[in-house]
Unconditional design. Sequence first.
Length: 302
Amino acid sequence: MNSITYLKRIFPLRAAIIALAMGLVIGGVASTALPSSAQEPPALLPLLPPLHIVTFQVEAAAAAQYDEALTVLDFEPNAATYERRHDGMAFFSVVDGAVTLRKDAKDTVYTKGQSFRQDPGAYYSIANKTSAKARIITTTLTSPGSAAEANHPDAVRPAILPTIAFFGKATFNSVSARFSHNHAIFEFPPRGGSGAHIHPAGQGIQIVMSGEVRQRLLTGDVLLKPGDVFIDVPNRPVSHENAGSQGQVSVVAYIFAPGPPAALPAVIPGVMPLPAPAAPGAAPAPPAPAISPPRTGDGGLK
């Protein structure tokens, strides 16, 4: 695969809200039909400020189909990965703690909120050299059917390996050569939800980390619990809502093509729609609460 250029930026809260999406369940989760109702749909509380969010802008050689793997890895003190490589693109962001990337005999430390990526074929390892636990999000984008990673032939097994806290995988069709790719962790309060919407040019993976999510589709409701994985596809109406009495947290990784809005209102009977975007020339919406951007490193690009 040809080299890929990228940069990182932070979404404002409004964009983060519409960027979050979730859809088709992977695995057997029961669904029930949506009741029809002529009453006004119940109001939904908005999600809370993101617990973590990083966006990479990617420019590849051409449009392609990808297998995406989303993994949340936990590192105990002194835990480390094998020295390894990826056949496709690999993206990393630090959720908690600090990790050390070793590449080309050079060590680079990344702390909470920082992010980096690895080019295809480059060998590297990641270790937690601190006395506290660390957590990272990783995503790989590879050709369908190919292995996401391979260990170096001479790699030595670390004494302590990281553990997989959450994992999900999907195949994405017709990804444009230029796209944005995000890692995010979102929290919905009780009675919170997105409202019915579609993603005209977005697709991604969402994994429930805690709480329960009610995924509302035209075909019915689907209840999701921790570890359940969802695949969102373009132009399918969906609303995701906290189904429990406590805060609900999900980790997501999405791809958006440039141009179309990240999300638009949609119609699902009995569901409040996502607010429509402001018309050109309309008065701006009140400012959203400020979100401090994470610090970012060079990701071994030098």
